[in-house]
Design a protein around this ligand. Structure first.
Ligand code: HDD
Length: 711
């Protein structure tokens, strides 16, 4: 057995999981100082900077084609790129572990969902859908949430999103929805945006997309972090237990940090200020030991109850309301290791919905059935027929079959036959007892035709259910988002018709949006709003069990003459709460505290200067006092903008001593009164304490935990 292939004894010795061991053979340490430069074929090279040429110190002559090293270097470079994913091109990944807390053996015999003693290695890739590989992380879009479980029975992929429903019911419409959303064909505009005519034209004409576009226009479309969004398998799968009974299932991942989003202005600015914000955030958290975690849950419906719902449970544009089908949390997913190299791992990872393990299977969900064809197919053009041999994709259990050859083949099979049956009885099919995949025997009969069941035709009930379930601020954000998008459509047919469509969801929503985008303001609901709500749709239903600031980024703004007691006190309080303090100042060279001699003192070296970073990159801002520091900051427009912008984005802001008046002045808006309770003022997410006492720091941390932006 090759090490790493389920070699548990060796794993116990090395402390590496099966996938780490498996990939160890492919890894090379580029930082090895003893290593020497060679060609791809191992010949040591003395010079990798100058092409071989006819040259002297006085004259540079022609280059020689004969230079094999030069040619190899350029050939390799010319072919570095592979086709980017046709959707979900921009992504970030990490390794981790899946642990099961409760066996689901009543509904499945899958080892990964029944054996609570296991720790299953996973690789997760998050992504945006529409943008190309170099687009920004914080655009308004659906996020991909793809999980590869390297189980003892083979690879299992959940290729999900952060939104539980989809735009289309039948896979055949996928090219249409994606063409409509991607840049328009005549000018390749816009990049990574649905704010254009074609997208909204399609949304109007294709009514089954209504529910999903409401999710994408809500705060779900602009998550604060990959670590703070839910993951959903979206499609309906099936589970089969040891008795051979079948259940339908939907998969859920719920983040322990809670579900949080940006406000739109922040997301827009970040797209330019730090287009890599989400991928950096993922690595920063893992490197700081704040491992992202999700509870893993299943919603299960027994086969006998398939027809008991007003919607078709195979329709991917519908959620299964939690009141009717509760989520049963049975496991936990943790990400705890960054990738070693982006291309070989995050770029070359290939997911397939068709990859399931014994005990898990597919329903007749027409979206899922089509996906099962599409993913394998796309890997052929991205990676070639031997993509399953790439280290990130290969399973940790043994692989043996008659599939052979093809471009880039690595496995070397020994033996004289490559077919089954063969005269040696070599590589026999497995029995059920040996763990073979058993297809669920299902009776199927019917007419062959291009049709969906009648229930698939209802497209608005759940769009209303979703909108009704949002909190007032989520509703307001959704209306603004729709207005932003439609404002970018210049064809009146598109934005006027879409406003009409909104009357099928909620008349007042339609009226708000129509007024903003310059469409006739509708006076009559397209259909009455049924007024029903459900839990688990608003992201306010997913606050962390305990408020937490773990892994949050907090900026402390200082200038020369700052108050060291307040500065050090708040920094310590932030660190001990598991958050990340960053010192920001007018320059990155040392800043000196009040009373510190600038010649002999060491000062504090800021992490960034005020122009180098913006408030958008932080969750909260604290300004310590110090008369000179504050007088400098008062004259610095960027410092004022930092505080004012953070306030506008509903972030927690703290200040002590002389900084109190500075912060209050910076945040003062007509009509905004900061309420005061003695020395400590705690109002509109701003906490100030004129006296520096330990309580001030505790108050700041408490306030940061409760701030609106974190909800
Ligand atoms: Fe898809 C990639 C999620 C419908 C065809 N899809 C892709 C990825 C995610 C999803 C997360 C990125 C995987 C990665 O990180 O490599 N897709 C979904 C969800 C869907 C969905 C949740 C609806 C429930 N997809 C869907 C349909 C089709 C595809 C209906 C085609 C019929 N999806 C693809 C693809 C991609 C892909 C073209 C591009 C790259 C890849 O597969 O590996 O085949």
């Amino acid at each position: 057995m090759a090490p790493g292939i389920l070699d548990k004894a060796q794993q116990a010795v090395t402390g590496q999981d099966a996938k780490q061991q498996d990939m160890a053979h492919n890894k090379k340490d580029y930082m090895d100082s003893k290593a020497r430069l060679t060609t791809d074929f191992g010949v040591k090279q003395s010079n990798t900077d100058d092409w071989l040429k006819v040259a002297s110190e006085d004259k540079t002559g022609p280059m020689l084609l004969e230079d094999g090293h030069g040619r190899e270097k350029i050939h390799r470079f010319d072919h570095e790129r592979i086709p980017e994913r046709v959707v979900h091109a921009r992504g970030a990944g990490a390794f981790g572990t899946f642990k099961l807390n409760e066996s689901a053996e009543d509904v499945t015999n899958a080892g990964v969902l029944t054996d609570t003693s296991r720790s299953t290695p996973v690789f997760v890739r998050f992504s945006t859908v529409l943008g190309s590989r170099g687009s920004a992380d914080t655009v308004r879009d659906v996020r991909g949430f793809a999980v590869k479980f390297y189980t003892e029975e083979g690879n299992w992929d959940i290729v999900g999103n952060d939104i539980p429903v989809f735009f289309i019911q039948d896979a055949m419409k996928f090219p249409d929805i994606i063409h409509a959303g991607k840049p328009e064909p005549h000018n390749e505009v816009p990049q990574a945006q649905t704010a254009h005519n074609n997208f909204w034209d399609f949304q109007y004409l294709h009514t089954e997309a209504t529910h999903m576009f409401m999710w994408a226009q809500s705060d779900r479309g602009i998550p604060r972090s990959y670590r703070m969004m839910q993951g959903f398998g979206v499609n309906t799968y099936q589970l089969v237990n040891a008795k051979g009974e079948r259940h339908f299932v939907k998969f859920h991942f719920t983040p322990t940090l809670g579900v949080h989003s940006f406000v739109w202005d922040e997301a827009l600015k970040l797209a330019g200020q730090d287009p890599d914000f989400h991928r950096k955030d993922l690595n920063e958290a893992i490197e700081n030991g704040a491992y992202p975690k999700w509870k893993f849950g299943i919603q299960v419906i027994p086969e006998s109850k398939e027809q008991d719902f007003e919607f078709d449970i195979l329709d991917a544009t519908k959620v299964w309301p939690e009141e009717e089908v509760p989520v049963r949390y049975i496991g936990e997913l943790e990400l705890n290791r960054p990738v070693d190299e982006y291309f070989t791992q995050t770029e070359q990872v290939a997911f397939c919905t068709s990859h399931v393990v014994p005990g898990i299977g597919f329903s007749d969900d027409p979206l899922l059935q089509g996906r099962n064809f599409s993913y394998f197919d796309t890997q052929l053009s991205r990676l070639g027929i031997n993509w399953q041999e790439l280290p990130i994709n290969r399973p940790v259990c043994p692989v043996m079959n008659q599939n052979r050859d093809g471009q880039g083949r690595h496995t070397i099979y020994k033996g004289t036959v490559n077919y089954w049956p063969n005269r040696f009885s070599a590589v026999q099919p497995a029995t059920k007892e040996e763990g073979a995949y058993v297809d669920y025997a299902e009776k199927v009969s019917g007419m062959k035709q291009r049709l969906r069941s009648k229930k698939f035709a209802e497209h608005f009930n759940q769009a209303q259910l979703f909108y009704n379930s949002l909190s007032p601020h989520e509703k307001a954000h959704t209306a603004s988002a729709l207005a932003f998008e439609l404002d970018h459509c210049d064809d009146p047919v598109v934005y006027e018709r879409l406003c009409e469509r909104l009357t099928d969801i909620d008349l007042s929503l339609a009226q708000q949006v129509a007024n903003l985008v310059g469409a006739p303001v509708p006076q009559k609901a397209g259909r009455p709003n049924h007024g029903k709500k459900a839990k688990g749709l608003s992201q306010m239903d997913f606050l962390p069990e305990e408020p937490t600031i773990v892994s949050r980024r907090i900026a402390i703004i200082i200038a020369d003459g700052y108050d060291p007691v307040a500065y050090n006190g708040v920094k310590t309080a932030i660190k001990s709460a598991g958050a990340l303090p960053f010192t920001i100042a007018p320059r990155r060279n040392p800043i000196f505290a009040a009373g510190e001699d600038q010649k002999t003192g060491k000062g504090v070296k800021p992490d960034h200067h005020l122009e180098g970073m913006r408030s958008t990159m932080f969750d909260s801002v604290f300004v310590p006092g110090g008369a000179d520091s504050i007088s400098t900051l008062r004259q610095n427009g960027r410092a004022l903008h930092w505080v004012r912008e953070a306030f506008g984005h509903l972030k927690a802001i703290g200040a002590t001593g002389e900084a109190v008046a500075f912060v209050q002045d910076a945040c003062a808006l007509p009509g905004v009164q900061f309420s005061s309770a003695g020395d400590v003022v705690d109002s509109y997410g701003v906490v100030t304490a004129s006296q520096v006492k330990p309580e001030s720091f505790k108050e700041t941390v408490k306030m940061v935990k409760g701030a609106k932006d974190f909800l």
